[in-house]
Design a protein around this ligand. Sequence first.
Ligand SMILES: Nc1nc2c(ncn2[C@@H]2O[C@H](COP(=O)(O)OP(=O)(O)O)[C@@H](O)[C@H]2O)c(=O)[nH]1
Ligand SMILES: Nc1ncnc2c1ncn2[C@@H]1O[C@H](COP(=O)(O)OP(=O)(O)O)[C@@H](O)[C@H]1O
Length: 227
Amino acid sequence: MALHKIFRAVIMGPPGSGKGTVSARITKTFGLKHLSSGDILRANINAKTELGLLMKSCIDQGQLVPDDVMSRLILSDLRALDQSSWLLDGFPRTVSQADALDKAYSVDTVINLNVPFQTIKQRLTSRWTHLPSGRVYNVDFNPPKVPGLDDVTGEPLVQRDDDTPETVTRRLKAYETQTDDCKNVFPYRSKGVLQSFSGTETNKIWPHIEAFLHSKLSSVDEKCEDL
Ligand SMILES: Nc1nc2c(ncn2[C@@H]2O[C@H](COP(=O)(O)OP(=O)(O)O)[C@@H](O)[C@H]2O)c(=O)[nH]1
Ligand SMILES: Nc1ncnc2c1ncn2[C@@H]1O[C@H](COP(=O)(O)OP(=O)(O)O)[C@@H](O)[C@H]1O
Protein backbone atom coordinates (compact mmCIF):
# COMPACT_ATOMS: atom_id res chain seq x y z
CA MET A 1 0.00 0.00 0.00
CA ALA A 2 1.50 3.37 -1.00
CA LEU A 3 1.27 6.01 1.71
CA HIS A 4 0.59 9.61 0.77
CA LYS A 5 0.48 11.33 4.13
CA ILE A 6 3.15 10.83 6.77
CA PHE A 7 1.84 8.23 9.22
CA ARG A 8 3.34 7.82 12.69
CA ALA A 9 2.64 4.70 14.72
CA VAL A 10 3.79 3.18 18.00
CA ILE A 11 3.69 -0.48 18.99
CA MET A 12 3.56 -1.31 22.71
CA GLY A 13 3.27 -4.47 24.77
CA PRO A 14 5.20 -6.50 27.32
CA PRO A 15 8.61 -7.98 26.48
CA GLY A 16 8.05 -10.98 24.24
CA SER A 17 4.51 -10.00 23.23
CA GLY A 18 5.56 -10.05 19.56
CA LYS A 19 6.34 -6.36 18.93
CA GLY A 20 9.37 -7.19 16.76
CA THR A 21 7.56 -9.97 14.90
CA VAL A 22 4.50 -7.82 14.20
CA SER A 23 6.67 -4.79 13.33
CA ALA A 24 8.45 -6.83 10.64
CA ARG A 25 5.04 -7.73 9.14
CA ILE A 26 3.83 -4.11 9.33
CA THR A 27 6.95 -2.72 7.67
CA LYS A 28 6.78 -5.36 4.93
CA THR A 29 3.06 -4.75 4.25
CA PHE A 30 2.82 -0.99 4.73
CA GLY A 31 6.36 0.25 4.12
CA LEU A 32 6.80 2.23 7.35
CA LYS A 33 10.31 2.70 8.69
CA HIS A 34 10.87 0.60 11.82
CA LEU A 35 12.70 2.03 14.81
CA SER A 36 13.21 -0.29 17.79
CA SER A 37 14.56 1.13 21.05
CA GLY A 38 16.00 -2.27 22.05
CA ASP A 39 17.78 -2.70 18.68
CA ILE A 40 19.25 0.80 18.97
CA LEU A 41 20.55 0.09 22.48
CA ARG A 42 22.00 -3.29 21.44
CA ALA A 43 23.72 -1.68 18.42
CA ASN A 44 25.35 0.78 20.85
CA ILE A 45 26.46 -2.07 23.11
CA ASN A 46 27.83 -3.99 20.15
CA ALA A 47 29.73 -0.94 18.86
CA LYS A 48 31.04 -0.39 22.43
CA THR A 49 29.94 3.24 22.43
CA GLU A 50 30.20 5.06 25.77
CA LEU A 51 26.42 5.08 26.02
CA GLY A 52 26.16 1.38 25.15
CA LEU A 53 28.69 0.42 27.82
CA LEU A 54 26.89 2.56 30.42
CA MET A 55 23.48 1.09 29.58
CA LYS A 56 24.51 -2.56 29.34
CA SER A 57 24.30 -3.26 33.08
CA CYS A 58 20.77 -1.73 33.29
CA ILE A 59 19.62 -3.89 30.38
CA ASP A 60 21.28 -7.07 31.67
CA GLN A 61 19.58 -6.56 35.03
CA GLY A 62 16.18 -6.24 33.36
CA GLN A 63 15.76 -2.58 34.34
CA LEU A 64 14.72 0.26 32.10
CA VAL A 65 17.46 2.66 31.07
CA PRO A 66 16.99 6.25 32.37
CA ASP A 67 14.23 8.25 30.67
CA ASP A 68 16.38 11.23 29.68
CA VAL A 69 18.95 9.01 27.94
CA MET A 70 16.29 7.00 26.10
CA SER A 71 14.20 10.00 25.04
CA ARG A 72 17.24 11.89 23.71
CA LEU A 73 18.39 8.83 21.75
CA ILE A 74 15.02 8.12 20.15
CA LEU A 75 14.09 11.72 19.39
CA SER A 76 17.41 12.33 17.68
CA ASP A 77 16.92 9.22 15.51
CA LEU A 78 13.35 10.31 14.71
CA ARG A 79 14.57 13.71 13.54
CA ALA A 80 16.45 11.92 10.76
CA LEU A 81 13.12 10.38 9.67
CA ASP A 82 11.14 13.65 9.60
CA GLN A 83 9.90 13.10 6.04
CA SER A 84 9.04 9.38 6.50
CA SER A 85 6.22 7.37 7.96
CA TRP A 86 7.48 5.39 10.93
CA LEU A 87 6.67 2.68 13.43
CA LEU A 88 8.24 3.09 16.84
CA ASP A 89 8.74 -0.19 18.73
CA GLY A 90 9.58 -0.28 22.46
CA PHE A 91 9.30 3.46 23.03
CA PRO A 92 7.62 5.06 24.97
CA ARG A 93 7.65 2.79 28.02
CA THR A 94 7.09 5.40 30.75
CA VAL A 95 4.91 8.47 31.25
CA SER A 96 7.94 10.74 30.95
CA GLN A 97 8.94 9.15 27.61
CA ALA A 98 5.37 9.41 26.30
CA ASP A 99 5.31 13.11 27.22
CA ALA A 100 8.65 13.71 25.50
CA LEU A 101 7.38 12.06 22.31
CA ASP A 102 4.06 13.90 22.49
CA LYS A 103 5.84 17.27 22.66
CA ALA A 104 7.73 16.48 19.45
CA TYR A 105 5.26 14.47 17.31
CA SER A 106 1.59 13.73 16.99
CA VAL A 107 1.15 9.94 16.87
CA ASP A 108 -1.61 8.65 14.55
CA THR A 109 -2.07 5.24 16.11
CA VAL A 110 -0.80 3.12 19.01
CA ILE A 111 -1.03 -0.65 18.68
CA ASN A 112 -1.04 -2.31 22.07
CA LEU A 113 -0.34 -6.06 22.23
CA ASN A 114 -1.96 -7.86 25.14
CA VAL A 115 -0.38 -11.29 25.64
CA PRO A 116 -0.51 -13.26 28.92
CA PHE A 117 2.76 -13.30 30.87
CA GLN A 118 2.75 -17.12 31.05
CA THR A 119 2.86 -17.34 27.24
CA ILE A 120 5.70 -14.85 27.10
CA LYS A 121 8.05 -16.62 29.49
CA GLN A 122 8.22 -19.72 27.31
CA ARG A 123 8.78 -17.65 24.15
CA LEU A 124 11.65 -15.54 25.43
CA THR A 125 13.82 -18.37 26.64
CA SER A 126 13.63 -19.88 23.14
CA ARG A 127 14.15 -16.60 21.23
CA TRP A 128 17.14 -16.37 18.91
CA THR A 129 18.13 -12.96 17.57
CA HIS A 130 20.17 -11.67 14.64
CA LEU A 131 21.66 -8.65 16.41
CA PRO A 132 22.65 -6.47 13.41
CA SER A 133 19.11 -6.52 11.92
CA GLY A 134 16.96 -7.26 14.98
CA ARG A 135 15.34 -10.23 13.17
CA VAL A 136 13.97 -12.71 15.68
CA TYR A 137 13.40 -16.46 15.50
CA ASN A 138 11.97 -19.05 17.81
CA VAL A 139 12.71 -22.76 18.02
CA ASP A 140 9.00 -23.62 17.92
CA PHE A 141 7.26 -20.72 16.20
CA ASN A 142 9.53 -19.52 13.36
CA PRO A 143 12.79 -21.49 13.32
CA PRO A 144 15.59 -20.30 11.01
CA LYS A 145 16.04 -22.36 7.81
CA VAL A 146 19.48 -23.44 9.06
CA PRO A 147 19.63 -23.87 12.86
CA GLY A 148 21.61 -21.07 14.51
CA LEU A 149 21.94 -18.92 11.35
CA ASP A 150 20.05 -15.85 10.07
CA ASP A 151 17.95 -16.61 6.96
CA VAL A 152 19.00 -13.44 5.10
CA THR A 153 22.71 -13.04 5.87
CA GLY A 154 23.71 -16.53 7.06
CA GLU A 155 25.31 -14.86 10.10
CA PRO A 156 25.11 -16.47 13.56
CA LEU A 157 22.08 -15.97 15.80
CA VAL A 158 22.52 -15.32 19.52
CA GLN A 159 20.43 -15.64 22.65
CA ARG A 160 20.15 -12.22 24.31
CA ASP A 161 21.85 -11.90 27.72
CA ASP A 162 18.57 -10.56 29.15
CA ASP A 163 16.45 -13.49 27.89
CA THR A 164 17.23 -15.69 30.93
CA PRO A 165 14.24 -16.76 33.09
CA GLU A 166 15.29 -14.54 36.06
CA THR A 167 15.81 -11.41 33.93
CA VAL A 168 12.58 -12.01 32.01
CA THR A 169 10.72 -12.02 35.35
CA ARG A 170 12.32 -8.68 36.26
CA ARG A 171 11.51 -7.18 32.84
CA LEU A 172 7.88 -8.25 33.13
CA LYS A 173 7.71 -6.64 36.59
CA ALA A 174 9.21 -3.42 35.19
CA TYR A 175 6.64 -3.49 32.39
CA GLU A 176 3.79 -3.98 34.86
CA THR A 177 4.72 -1.11 37.17
CA GLN A 178 6.34 1.41 34.81
CA THR A 179 4.28 0.91 31.64
CA ASP A 180 1.05 -1.04 32.06
CA ASP A 181 -0.11 0.46 35.38
CA CYS A 182 0.49 3.96 33.96
CA LYS A 183 -1.07 3.45 30.53
CA ASN A 184 -4.07 5.65 31.31
CA VAL A 185 -1.71 8.53 31.97
CA PHE A 186 -0.07 8.16 28.56
CA PRO A 187 -1.68 10.67 26.17
CA TYR A 188 -3.09 7.94 23.88
CA ARG A 189 -6.34 6.65 25.35
CA SER A 190 -7.67 10.17 25.90
CA LYS A 191 -6.78 11.09 22.31
CA GLY A 192 -8.57 7.97 21.01
CA VAL A 193 -5.52 6.56 19.20
CA LEU A 194 -4.90 3.48 21.39
CA GLN A 195 -5.99 0.15 19.88
CA SER A 196 -5.43 -3.08 21.81
CA PHE A 197 -5.10 -6.59 20.35
CA SER A 198 -5.25 -9.59 22.68
CA GLY A 199 -4.33 -13.24 22.23
CA THR A 200 -1.67 -15.88 22.66
CA GLU A 201 -0.69 -16.38 18.99
CA THR A 202 0.76 -13.77 16.66
CA ASN A 203 -0.68 -15.50 13.61
CA LYS A 204 -4.19 -15.05 15.03
CA ILE A 205 -3.64 -11.45 16.14
CA TRP A 206 -1.93 -10.32 12.92
CA PRO A 207 -4.97 -10.38 10.54
CA HIS A 208 -6.81 -8.03 12.94
CA ILE A 209 -3.86 -5.62 13.05
CA GLU A 210 -3.48 -5.76 9.28
CA ALA A 211 -7.19 -5.01 8.70
CA PHE A 212 -7.10 -2.23 11.29
CA LEU A 213 -4.09 -0.56 9.65
CA HIS A 214 -5.58 -0.90 6.17
CA SER A 215 -8.70 0.98 7.28
CA LYS A 216 -6.71 3.50 9.31
CA LEU A 217 -4.32 4.23 6.45
CA SER A 218 -7.01 4.57 3.81
CA SER A 219 -8.97 6.99 6.01
CA VAL A 220 -5.80 9.03 6.57
CA ASP A 221 -5.21 9.13 2.80
CA GLU A 222 -8.83 10.11 2.07
CA LYS A 223 -8.63 12.98 4.55
CA CYS A 224 -5.39 14.04 2.90
CA GLU A 225 -6.95 14.02 -0.57
CA ASP A 226 -9.92 16.11 0.71
CA LEU A 227 -7.61 18.94 1.75
N1 LIG B 1 5.41 -19.80 20.10
C1 LIG B 1 5.26 -18.55 19.61
N2 LIG B 1 6.30 -17.73 19.56
C2 LIG B 1 6.10 -16.48 19.06
C3 LIG B 1 4.84 -16.04 18.59
N3 LIG B 1 4.97 -14.75 18.16
C4 LIG B 1 6.26 -14.43 18.34
N4 LIG B 1 6.95 -15.47 18.87
C5 LIG B 1 8.35 -15.56 19.27
O1 LIG B 1 8.42 -15.00 20.58
C6 LIG B 1 9.65 -14.30 20.76
C7 LIG B 1 9.33 -12.86 21.17
O2 LIG B 1 8.75 -12.20 20.05
P1 LIG B 1 9.28 -10.73 19.65
O3 LIG B 1 8.62 -10.36 18.37
O4 LIG B 1 10.76 -10.71 19.71
O5 LIG B 1 8.62 -9.89 20.88
P2 LIG B 1 9.00 -8.47 21.50
O6 LIG B 1 9.95 -8.72 22.62
O7 LIG B 1 7.69 -7.90 21.97
O8 LIG B 1 9.61 -7.63 20.39
C8 LIG B 1 10.44 -14.45 19.46
O9 LIG B 1 11.30 -15.55 19.59
C9 LIG B 1 9.34 -14.74 18.41
O10 LIG B 1 9.84 -15.49 17.32
C10 LIG B 1 3.74 -16.97 18.66
O11 LIG B 1 2.60 -16.66 18.26
N5 LIG B 1 4.00 -18.20 19.16
N1 LIG C 1 11.83 2.81 25.99
C1 LIG C 1 12.75 2.26 26.81
N2 LIG C 1 13.00 2.81 28.02
C2 LIG C 1 13.90 2.29 28.85
N3 LIG C 1 14.61 1.20 28.59
C3 LIG C 1 14.41 0.58 27.40
C4 LIG C 1 13.47 1.09 26.45
N4 LIG C 1 13.47 0.28 25.36
C5 LIG C 1 14.36 -0.69 25.62
N5 LIG C 1 14.93 -0.52 26.85
C6 LIG C 1 15.95 -1.36 27.50
O1 LIG C 1 16.32 -2.40 26.59
C7 LIG C 1 15.88 -3.68 27.05
C8 LIG C 1 15.43 -4.52 25.88
O2 LIG C 1 14.36 -3.87 25.23
P1 LIG C 1 13.58 -4.55 24.04
O3 LIG C 1 14.55 -5.08 23.04
O4 LIG C 1 12.55 -3.58 23.57
O5 LIG C 1 12.92 -5.78 24.78
P2 LIG C 1 11.68 -6.62 24.32
O6 LIG C 1 11.77 -6.76 22.83
O7 LIG C 1 11.90 -7.91 24.99
O8 LIG C 1 10.47 -5.86 24.75
C9 LIG C 1 14.81 -3.35 28.10
O9 LIG C 1 14.64 -4.37 29.05
C10 LIG C 1 15.38 -2.07 28.72
O10 LIG C 1 16.45 -2.35 29.60
